[in-house]
Ligand binder design. Structure first.
Ligand SMILES: Nc1ncnc2c1ncn2[C@@H]1O[C@H](COP(=O)(O)OP(=O)(O)O)[C@@H](O)[C@H]1O
Ligand SMILES: Cc1cn([C@H]2C[C@H](O)[C@@H](COP(=O)(O)O)O2)c(=O)[nH]c1=O
Length: 218
């Protein structure tokens, strides 16, 4: 039976890598798949992994209808056994429903990859629908780590290393960014709630000189 699986985790935990590995493994066994993405950092119609893998993919827009896409391909005689759906947090809830229908009525495996929550720790509408509809939600095994060493569970948006909590839900970006640029940092919940990034933690830590001046002289 075909299934709809949502592979979720923070930014930078290996989702796009797994998406391309999944495609590779299925294609290597003669299965035919279609890759989709939306707003990948590397540009339009691309799935890119920080490990260096890059693959072309169909770019999803507001007007994309996954049911029509799969039916059109099959009508043209192109088999579709599975769908890889990267950056799935950016899909609309209706598009997620189309993916579920493609799975149930056309027997296509749907492997969706994406972050669940935004920089304010609120679910993206597309991710919420995936959590509601998926046969399984899989958390990636590779742990992204907070600066404190704990497992990172949340995504912070930063400007100059300082966490911000105002702004648009969608701002494409990376976990590495120039000083004054919008960037992202993965944090554990404790430090996300305290808005404590690596830079603010460093700034708050007493310097060795401060520590030395507070030590009692003997
Ligand atoms: N130079 C590197 N050497 C080894 N692993 C790396 C390197 N750079 C990135 N990675 C791995 O790639 C992961 C990010 O993969 P990626 O698929 O881009 O993540 P996501 O799609 O979840 O944002 C990191 O968690 C890390 O494990
Ligand atoms: C938290 C958060 C992230 N984004 C964007 C930033 C990146 O372009 C993608 C996530 O990509 P990744 O492959 O998982 O690293 O999402 C956003 O637009 N809004 C947010 O709140």
């Amino acid at each position: 039976m075909a299934e709809l699986v949502f592979f979720s985790g923070t930014m930078d935990c290996g989702k796009s890598t797994l998406a391309l590995q999944t495609h590779h493994n299925h294609a290597a066994r003669g299965r035919d798949g279609v890759l989709f993405t939306r707003n990948d950092r590397a540009g339009t119609a691309t799935i890119s992994s920080r490990l260096g893998l890059v693959h072309g993919a169909a770019e999803v827009g507001d007007a994309t209808d996954f049911w029509d896409e799969v039916v059109r391909r099959r009508t043209q005689g192109r088999p579709v056994d599975y769908v890889i759906a990267d950056e799935a947090q950016f899909y609309t809830p209706q598009q997620v429903e189309q993916l579920a229908r493609v799975c149930d009525e056309l027997a296509v495996d749907v492997f969706a990859f994406g972050i669940s929550t935004d920089f304010r720790a609120r679910l993206f509408p597309g991710a919420a629908r995936l959590v509601e509809l998926a046969d399984r939600v899989e958390v990636l095994q590779v742990k992204a780590l907070c600066w404190c060493g704990a497992r990172a569970t949340h995504n912070a948006r930063t400007v100059g290393g300082v966490m911000v909590v105002e702004g648009e839900q969608v701002v494409v970006g990376d976990v590495t960014g120039a000083q004054d640029e919008v960037a992202y940092e993965v944090l554990c919940r404790r430090h996300h709630m305290r808005r404590m990034t690596a830079a603010t933690a460093r700034a708050a830590a007493p310097s060795p000189q401060t520590l030395a001046s507070t030590l009692p002289l003997d």
